[in-house]
Write a protein that binds this ligand. Structure first.
Ligand SMILES: [Zn+2]
Ligand SMILES: [Zn+2]
Length: 400
């Protein structure tokens, strides 16, 4: 039923009418978890649902097998165009522990809500639903930006489930690298002095990075996984490999930490008589999120009107939330990425969150947030003053 406070009751009604079919779609995606760039089942289900519901769908869009773009048949030139984004990739072993099945249908719900109003009222504006794969690694949105998916988009919005409601999440920039140390094999008992121990180099580098944390800014996060540390204790390892994630407040902080991390690795190699190579993942840098304040405020007000006790609009989240390739989108067009609470007893990327992402209450919360996003989107599409304020905020953040 449409809430009394809004002029966009048609959007709310359209979302209500689609909710049960969207919940089935979400549960089906939840039952078929697929990792980065392998979201074949989700891609097929989402594009087929959109086609059946009046969208002109481009599957395998922008050169990516599991990306899609959906437009309305009557798209107009030279009018404001809003994109709402879907994610649908899962995590290894624990399935939809980030709730991207919910994000997928939140984008569809918001899209049909906006389309219903545009078409009923003959509003000169466009709405697109973008299917963006590989958020959990691989950077699908980065590849879509590079392929031109956002060139004629004026603003972008998406939602993300979480244990808490946050209008403007604190999203860190992240880069990842593989560090490989090469040494020299030797018999570990008979002639250890003939070897150069690549595992020792790895351990020293890991310790040096641990000490580096003392001189790092509070928002810096560095974490590692060892991929290879030798083959057998009685062979001095000639090869050791670890992977680092380096996160910080923005790209400049990550650049600075990346140089200091490389210095730690070079020092460790020097100390152990090994060599080192550091390989950064080309084209996969996730940027920080430049939350667009005017759009976030508009979303927050619409959310509150729907009965959600949205967090204080003036309050910026100080909790770290990790990283997302929506950050990269936020540096291309004015963007928001609000977090909405679902009833989970632990955070994202845990089995409990996987279970929570399938509950009725989580779907209900998703559709409420999608209604707020549809209305905020309609506000932006129809209010030239809001569009200007959003653009001014974007320009100010980017120093134009
Ligand atoms: Zn996620
Ligand atoms: Zn995640």
């Amino acid at each position: 039923m449409a809430a009394g406070k809004t002029q966009w009751g048609g959007a709310l009604d359209a979302i209500d009418a689609a909710a049960s079919s969207l919940q089935l779609l979400s549960l089906d995606i939840h039952d078929h978890p697929e990792e980065n760039f392998e979201e074949v089942h989700a891609h097929a289900s989402l594009t087929s649902w959109l086609s059946r519901n009046g969208w002109n769908v481009t599957p395998e869009a922008y050169g990516l097998n599991t990306a899609f773009e959906a437009r309305r048949h009557s798209e107009l030139p030279d009018v404001p165009t809003l994109a709402v984004l879907c994610e649908y990739d899962a995590l290894p072993g624990i399935g939809h522990a980030c709730g991207h099945n919910l994000i997928a249908v939140s984008g569809l719900a918001a899209g049909i809500g906006v389309a219903a109003e545009l078409e009923a009222r003959g509003i000169a504006a466009n709405i697109r639903v973008l299917g963006t794969p590989a958020e959990e690694g691989g950077g699908g949105k980065i590849k879509m930006i590079d392929a031109g998916a956002f060139t004629d988009i004026g603003a972008a919005m998406m939602l993300h489930p979480s244990p808490v409601d946050v209008l403007r999440p604190n999203v860190l920039a992240i880069d990842t690298c593989f560090v490989e140390f090469r040494g020299r094999n030797a018999h570990a008992a008979a002639a250890p002095w003939e070897g150069s121990n690549a595992l020792d180099a790895l351990v020293l580098a890991y310790q040096a990075v641990g000490l580096l944390r003392q001189q790092s800014k509070p928002d810096v996060r560095i974490h590692a996984k060892v991929h290879h540390g030798g083959d057998k204790p009685n062979i001095i390892p000639d090869r050791a490999v670890l992977e680092f994630y380096v996160r910080g407040r923005n790209d400049a902080t990550v650049d600075d930490m990346a140089q200091r991390l490389e210095a730690c690795c070079r020092g460790a190699a020097e100390a152990t008589g090994c060599t080192v190579s550091v390989t950064w993942q080309e084209g996969e840098r996730y940027s920080d999120m430049a939350n667009n304040d005017p759009l976030a405020m508009t979303f927050g007000e619409r959310w509150r009107d729907l009965g959600v006790s949205a967090p204080d609009l003036e309050q910026r989240s100080t909790a770290g939330f990790g990283s997302t390739d929506m950050g990269n989108v936020s540096h291309v067009v004015p963007s928001i990425h609000p977090l909405y609470a679902i009833p989970a007893t632990s955070g994202n990327h845990t089995p409990d969150f996987t279970a929570a992402a399938a509950s009725d209450q989580s779907h209900a919360a998703t559709f409420v947030a999608a209604k707020a996003m549809a209305q905020a989107g309609l506000d932006w599409l129809t209010d030239a003053d809001l569009r200007q304020r959003a653009q001014d905020h974007f320009d100010a953040v980017h120093g134009d």
